[in-house]
Design a binder for this molecule. Sequence first.
Ligand SMILES: [Zn+2]
Length: 463
Amino acid sequence: MSAPAIRQTADHLCRISAAPPSRPGRAAAWLGRMAKRTMGRAVICLLALVAVIAGPLPGVGPEEAVAGETARAVGLRFGMHPDKTRLVIDLDRRVDFRAFTLSGPDRVVIDFRNLDWQILDKGENSGAGLIARYRVGLFEPGVYRMVLDLSQPSQIDSMFVLPAQDGLPPRFVVDLSRTSAQSFARTTLKGEPEDRFDGTKVAAAPQPPAGQAAVAAAPILPDAARPRARTDGRRIVAIDAGHGGIDPGAIGITGVQEKSITLAMAKALAQELEKTGRYKAVLTRDRDIFIRLRDRVAIARAAQAELFISIHADSVQNPRTRGLSIYTLSERASDGVAAQLADSENKSDLIAGVDLSTESAEVTSILIDLARRETMNLSARFAGHVIGQVQPHTELLTKPVRSAGFAVLKAPDMPSVLIETGFLSNRQDEKVLQDSAHRAKLARSIVGAVDQFFAAEQTWSRL
Ligand SMILES: [Zn+2]
């Protein structure tokens, strides 16, 4: 065995992948077991030490993880073994990371701090062995998330970054092996991961105190009692660019990602609204980043938005289906297409590797029910205005006003609609949605609908 090979093998074996148990009594027994198990390793570790000393001494080179500096992922491959699946990512410097598992569906999530994934960015990718698919994207500022969809329940046997050596770049390595559904379920994360990028499998962070639910960021009040934000008399409109970061949304027939279409459209709408001088536009995201569904609503409510417009451009099975449609919230979907779309839109948090098992049940009260009923009427009214305004300028889906249980439309006191600007599964729609002139035209007609909405509201309040 050559010295580099020994170093690499030792690097694997010197690591202790199992986390120590939390109870002190068990910890002693565990230490005993680990001591026995590592006796054999000690010899190899010693060999590795000799090999390392014999070779060039590793200095603080560009491969070291440096706080605040961004590492680049330059290559990715799978290693298939009878008992495990290995994933290797080539890097240009070391990177800090953490990992955890989620069930329903079974996933392994790995978060990297300051990792630039641009070279390898292809949206959703197919995996190998125990990894059915994987995707990577910006999860929150400074954190790149990789989600591995598992083909079978699997455990993380080991994960580490190998330093650069023998002309090979630093590599991130994770080994997965099959496990039972029961033991997988026992070790999944419940809640938010700990903020600890130390290369281990992390546990759930302590729960925030009750009452800090994101949707409750602003108190729920009947419309008349809601304070108006001071914006020089301008009305506040929230614009929500669907998807983003690790969640690309639908992929068009030529590969265009929904998240970039929605962001461009949201920015165009914000610009046209602000241009009138009558509106202040609040974007839930202004770049390619993932935002949870509930946080999108929370951002709008915290900004005291009086209208919430979520922008999408999804895909459906039938490539001939095309045209704009607009959705409001309802318990039961108005039709099959609406149900299918709500289903795929509501999967955003799941795609991004967020644990949904601890989401608190929605609070219901008579006050919220009353506010919601009024809000649903206003939402439907606004949806009608939008269709009236965009009709001369764009193709419409048959029955363009529909309803379904979209999670992002659930603010009880803020009229909310979701506009499917077209279908990326249709060639013509995909083409026009990439045209900035078309988007600007669409934005101007939506501004017309916003004008009608607030003008009507003023008429009622004078009665
Ligand atoms: Zn969408």
